[in-house]
Design a binder for this molecule. Structure first.
Ligand code: COA
Length: 260
């Protein structure tokens, strides 16, 4: 069985076992027919950057087994279908044991935020888990993914503070650049990335039709603003989430369809 097929079987088994049928159905619908635009954001670790403070003192440490029920427990009252889906996606990544998930904890060691910092040594596993959704990491690059703040702690600037510090840890394994991807209309996350020192670098157009994927990565000109820093335009904003994205100087790379 190929790695990709093995991963698919494990994912379906996990979702059925945990009675996450809504999540399973939404994944199937997504792969039958969807278009998603995301920003690829980048931070250059060679440029000094001071992590901003959160509204409460935080410490960063690797995820421990005891944190999982607190952050991702099915009993955790997220109250929304979105909250359940966010947790399921992260439980699947925990199960995959891709290194390294960090958490931000309060002074009494309560986890309130999690995010994965992944080095290029995990390229093959990233490719399998995310169905080829990210560019291959160069040896001096790292990927930050799946930011998540517990609902009760949101709006306290935990993401920018924690993300900036977790990104900096990539220097420990020799990375000089850290990249992350955020759906173009996830404004809380984009704001967190901006405050953590990340700048728009790529536009990813992700198209699924009948379980086949087509990815296009378009290089953005240096200085491309975040969408919330741009004056609203009168034209259809779904075609180009930021006017600068349609501008000259972009470079487009088409990737072959990736069956999943
Ligand atoms: C995105 C996310 C990690 C941000 O975490 P955070 O620690 O709340 O980040 P911040 O405190 O910096 O808040 C970011 C923005 O979200 C707003 N916000 C979103 N939900 C909020 C809530 N429930 N309460 C208060 N503020 C909220 C904040 O007001 C802030 O906007 P502002 O600067 O205009 O005030 C968090 O909303 C989350 O876990 N979302 C679900 C998962 C997700 O989307 N992950 C990112 C995938 S790329």
């Amino acid at each position: 069985m190929s790695k990709r097929l093995g991963h698919l079987v494990t994912t379906i088994a996990f979702l059925v076992r945990h009675r996450q049928l809504a999540s399973l159905w939404s994944r199937i619908r997504h792969k039958l027919h969807s278009e998603t635009l995301s920003f690829g954001l980048r931070r250059d670790l060679t440029i000094p950057f001071t992590a901003p403070d959160a509204n409460l003192p935080l410490t960063i440490r690797p995820l421990a087994e005891r944190d999982i029920p607190v952050l991702l427990g099915t009993d955790a009252p997220s109250g929304t279908e979105e909250g359940a889906k966010d947790r399921t996606a992260r439980r699947l990544l925990v199960q995959e044991q891709i290194s390294t998930c960090y958490v931000a904890v309060t002074p009494d060691d309560q986890p309130c935020y999690m995010q994965w910092l992944i080095g290029s040594g995990e390229n093959e596993r990233i490719r399998t888990f995310f169905a080829g959704g990210f560019p291959q990491l160069a040896p001096d690059e790292a990927l930050l993914e799946y930011a998540f703040t517990l609902e009760a702690y949101r709006g306290q600037r935990i993401m920018p503070c924690a993300m900036a510090q977790i990104a900096q840890k990539a220097a420990d394994f020799g990375a000089q650049r850290v990249i992350t991807f955020v759906i173009h209309n996830n404004i809380p996350s984009l704001k967190g990335c901006k405050r953590a020192g990340f700048v728009p670098h790529l536009l990813r157009h992700d198209r699924w039709r009948l379980f086949r994927r087509r990815l296009t990565f378009t290089r953005l000109p240096d200085g491309t603003p975040y969408p919330f820093d741009v004056e609203p335009q009168s034209h259809d904003s779904t075609a180009h989430p930021s006017p600068a994205l349609a501008g000259e100087g972009t470079r487009r790379t088409e990737y072959a369809s990736v069956p999943s």
